[in-house]
Unconditional design. Structure first.
Length: 463
């Protein structure tokens, strides 16, 4: 729960952005430099992804060298800096700096928290704990919308600062990830940390706990080092037959959230509803959307270990396709000057359904999948690369979404997202294994056609 506090704080920064972009673009802007232009609004919305792109590299490196706990503490420090400068944000330069630091913390959260949670969780509840990231983030978004709407644009800052302090202090008392300690051959510390995370089960020395310790020892070959560089990662570690397929799956699956259209929707929620002339006010529409997204993430938590990852992803991708097609058709009819007064509920309904369905699967399952199907030895490096890829794609989508809407029309953008969703569903059905309740060994076996994936695979001989 403590680690997911970081995602709640990140959610607050997302929730703060959407309503305040509208405010800063109006004559009532709190900025001393005056209201911002549409181009500046796009920069405010997308500049955070610059920090988000840096985070997987820096936090991933820290997680591998100093440990997962150190990376979590680094996230807390950058979050604190991001919110600490906000009371002095009387011009765009300060807001840009805050958004970059906030984006860095967000990118670190998305890369390290799922990794850490997957490494401390039992197989039977790993998916449920993983979806808590989405719940806490979406709760933060909703909280940001409500406070910004009913109090003022800076009130979120003081709540976030308090949560940053609580999170940073709490991280100081967390044990390191047991799997990380096993990888680093620190057997005694690893078992001690595992006892902490297993609680009563470990205290009573159950057969399940003993078997888990034995499994970790076997996976990570805990014992005397035969080679000085046995823990070092080489390029051949990424080219073995048992590893290239899960890496490819991760590289593709991590693009699902950006391809669903949910990222620009959340970033420009108030603006989209303002331009679509829906029945509800932009502020109230944003709150409705954030509420449904929170409910969707809760549904995901309740079903991820029952329905499975594949089912949630297929339902979510196809559902998002229907929603974006509907929204695209509505805006196309508007463009063609067709009378749509009787259908002004469509923007709120379709976009609300999109964020709800997105939260069930696309919004969180790809991040869970990454930490489940990758070999522990290369997990940190591949997750870092995938989060860098995610941040880069998100930056392009957020930055150029307003331009694409202006040049091509909202309907063209929505239909493009629907095509991406259909392609995502096709990929899940044809290429992705089910990981529900399975250990890493079982997942590897299913990826290799029923053959056990050996950790001693050798890279293919170069031609």
């Amino acid at each position: 729960m403590l680690t997911n506090l970081a995602t709640l704080i990140y959610g607050l920064s997302i929730g703060w952005l959407s309503p305040n972009l509208v405010l800063m673009s109006s004559d009532e802007t709190p900025l001393e430099t005056g209201k911002i232009s549409s181009e500046e609004a796009g920069t405010v919305g997308s500049i955070g992804t610059i920090g988000c792109m840096l985070a997987p590299l820096v936090c991933g490196w820290v997680a591998e060298i100093a440990g997962r706990k150190s990376a979590l503490m680094l996230i807390g420090v950058t979050q604190l800096i991001s919110w600490a400068v906000m009371p002095f944000a009387t011009n765009l330069s300060v807001i840009y700096a805050s958004r970059i630091f906030g984006g860095f913390a967000g990118g670190g959260t998305l890369s390290i928290v799922p990794l850490f949670v997957s490494e401390i969780s039992e197989d039977r509840i790993r998916g449920t704990l993983g979806t808590m990231l989405a719940i806490s983030c979406n709760f933060g978004i909703l909280l940001g919308f409500i406070i910004s709407h009913y109090v003022n644009c800076w009130a979120v800052t003081y709540l976030a600062l308090l949560l940053c302090v609580v999170y940073s202090l709490g991280c100081c008392f967390l044990p390191e990830s047991p799997q990380y300690l096993f990888v680093k051959k620190k057997k005694e510390k690893a078992i001690k940390a595992l006892r902490f995370y297993r609680g009563e089960e470990a205290e009573s020395e159950t057969s399940q706990f003993t078997a888990e310790v034995a499994r970790f020892k076997d996976i990570h070959n805990v014992g005397p080092l035969k080679k000085k560089d046995s823990n070092q990662i080489h390029i051949k570690d990424f080219l073995t037959r048992s590893r290239w397929k899960p890496i490819l799956i991760c590289v593709i699956v991590i693009m699902f959230p950006a391809g669903s259209g949910s990222i620009p929707l959340i970033t420009y929620t108030a603006t989209i509803f303002q331009e679509s002339q829906s029945n509800l006010s932009p502020a109230m529409s944003s709150i409705v959307v954030a509420t449904l997204q929170l409910i969707g993430s809760y549904v995901s938590t309740m079903t991820v270990e029952k329905a499975g990852r594949r089912v949630l992803l297929v339902v979510s991708t196809l559902g998002c396709a229907v929603c974006t097609i509907t929204m695209g058709t509505y805006t196309f009819l508007q463009e063609m000057h067709v009378e749509v007064d009787w259908f002004r509920w469509v923007p709120v309904a379709s976009m609300s359904a999109l964020v709800f369905i997105n939260a069930i699967g696309i919004g969180i399952v790809p991040f869970i999948i990454m930490t489940e199907i990758l070999d522990p030895k290369i997990r940190g490096s591949v997750v870092t690369f995938c989060l860098l890829e995610f941040s880069g794609v998100a930056y392009l989508v957020v930055k150029y979404f307003p331009i694409a809407v202006e040049q091509l029309g909202m309907y063209a953008c929505m239909w493009f997202f629907s095509c991406c969703c259909v392609a995502s569903a096709t990929f899940v059905l044809t290429c992705m294994p089910e990981t529900k309740g399975k250990s890493f060994e079982q997942i590897s076996e299913s990826l290799n056609g029923g053959k056990k994936a050996g950790h001693k695979d050798v890279a293919p001989t170069p031609v």
